[in-house]
Each structure stands twice: as C-alpha cells, then as structure tokens.
Design a protein around this ligand. Structure first.
Ligand code: NAP
Length: 257
C-alpha cells in the first residue's frame, strides 16, 4: 500500500484525527496538523515526532476561514500537500428537548463551513500540480436523519454529497476525492453517548481502514459492514415506514460543543 508523503489533518487533536496522524507518522509521512485545543494538539504532534515524522502543528478554529487559509498556506510552504483530510467535526447532544438553535447552527458551521474552509484553500495547490487527494469525513449517520441528531446527520449528508459530486469533476484533473462514512468509533465524541453503540470500533483500527481505503482511492469508505448495511436499508426504506422506529431510538445526552 502506497503511503502519501505529506498529509494535512484537521481535528488532529483527538479521536479519529489523532489516530490517523499516528498511523501516517509511523509510515514516514510529514504531517500538517490542526485542531483547537493547543495542549492536546501538541501532545499528538509530539507522539508523531516520536514515531519519526516531521510535524507542523498549528491551533486554529475550522470555522475561521482566514485562519484556515493561513494554516494551509503555511502547510504548503512546509511541504507540498499530497493528502488533505477534512476531519474536524462536532456533534452536540440534543437531549430530549431537541437541538437548540445555537447547537444546530454551530454543528453546520463546524461540520460544513469547517470542511469548506479546509478544502477550498488547498484545492488550487493540488490543481496546479494535477495530483493529490482529498478525504472528507462524513458518517454512516449521513444516510438518514436521526431524531437525536438532525443537524449532525444533515451536515454529514451535505459533506458526503459534496464529495460525491467533486470526485468525478476532480478526477479529470488527477485529484482523488474520497468520502469517509464510519459507524461508531471510540473518541471524545462517542464518549458522550450513554446508549449502547453497536459494533463500536477502536480509533486505531478505524484509521487503518480509512488509510487502506484512501490508498485505493475508494469513492466511499464506509464501515463496519453490519452498520453500513443498516444505513443502506434505512436510506432505501420509505421514511413513513421507519419513522416509528426512529422515534424510539435513544438520544445523545445534551452537551455543549
Ligand atoms: N466517533 C464516531 O463514532 C464518528 C462516526 C462518524 C463520523 N465521525 C466524524 O469523525 C470526525 C472526528 O470525530 P471524533 O469522533 O474523532 O471526535 P473527537 O475526538 O471529538 O474529535 C473531533 C476533532 O475535531 C476538532 N474540532 C472540533 N471543533 C473544531 C473547530 N471548531 N475547529 C477545529 N477543530 C475542531 C477537535 O479539536 P479540539 O478538540 O482541539 O477542538 C477534535 O480534534 C468528526 O467529523 C465526526 O463527525 C465520528
């Protein structure tokens, strides 16, 4: 499996982003890492350096477009980017009262604007070189709106469909686009879930599956299989049939973002 030489990862300060950083660090990639929490980001950068990687790490909020533009320009000066993984995301628990307007807006801002702010400034560089790869972090939750997380599901659906549209467009320019759709993966995000999470996967294993899918330039990297089949079935059935079951699903505990 060919590993990319330089990888930019947003949301690298914990969870899946951290696991991806450690994975690529161990395979000799140079890393441009970002997240908001400086101490956690620095700890990940140190762990990657300990595995032999050269690392540029800058704290930035993905919703801050000028800050993300500056970071991507700096990353390009550090090393020309080969793989950009737009991974940063949030899910605010809605409790039983439904998502507050603030939560819904913040979820769209981070999960959607944050992805645009990570990909759009990198694209001209990849286009100029006519090579490179973009990975967009969606979710299996993107295939059906769940009552516990409507804005989260909708933001992930938008990211997935955007990536699906970009892929053939950019393939003509030699650039790969993959959409990542995980089921439940251990992370700070899923730590907040007080309900059973079927087929919960360790973040290191998820990172290996994602990296394999990216190395094969797969359009959609969706896992694990049983959750993928459930998502496919939920999307295929008429909403009228699945709504009663949806209403009985457990909701994420209310929390801030
Ligand atoms: N875990 C799952 O089961 C699962 C399933 C499907 C998809 N996903 C997706 O995977 C991605 C990573 O989530 P995770 O599960 O690894 O959760 P996590 O441990 O909470 O990691 C989220 C990452 O996103 C960063 N982030 C959040 N808001 C940000 C902002 N405004 N600006 C910059 N960075 C921000 C966080 O950085 P700071 O902490 O430094 O702010 C952190 O590094 C998300 O897009 C999530 O939706 C997760």
């Amino acid at each position: 499996m060919r590993s990319p030489g330089t990888v930019l990862i947003t949301g690298a300060s914990s969870g899946i982003g951290e696991a991806l950083a450690l994975h690529y660090a161990a395979r000799g990639a140079a890393l441009a890492l970002t997240g908001r929490d400086r101490p956690r980001l620095d700890a990940v950068a140190q762990a990657c350096r300990a595995r032999g990687a050269e690392v540029l790490a800058e704290a930035a909020d993905a919703t801050d477009a000028p800050a993300m533009e500056r970071f991507i320009a700096e990353a390009e000066r550090f090393r020309p980017l080969e793989l950009v993984i737009a991974n940063a995301g949030i899910s605010a628990g809605s409790g039983f009262a439904g998502e507050s307007p603030e939560q819904a807006r913040r979820i769209f801002a981070v999960n959607l604007d944050g992805v645009l702010n990570s990909v759009l400034p990198a694209l001209p560089h990849l286009r100029a070189r006519r090579r490179g790869q973009i990975a967009l972090m969606s979710s299996l939750a993107s295939f059906r709106g769940f009552p516990g997380a409507p804005a989260y599901c909708a933001s992930k659906a938008a990211v997935r469909v955007w990536g699906e549209g970009l892929r053939p467009l950019l393939a003509a320019e030699g650039i790969g686009v993959s959409v990542i759709c995980p089921g439940f993966v251990t992370s700070r995000m899923t730590e907040a879930n007080a309900f059973p999470m079927p087929f919960l996967m360790d973040s290191g294993r998820a990172a290996r599956i994602i990296a394999e899918g990216l190395a094969a330039n797969r359009a959609r990297i969706a896992f694990p299989l049983p959750m993928r089949l459930s998502a496919w079935m939920l999307a295929a059935l008429p909403p009228g049939l699945t709504d009663p079951a949806m209403g009985r699903l457990p909701k994420k505990r209310a929390m801030g973002s």
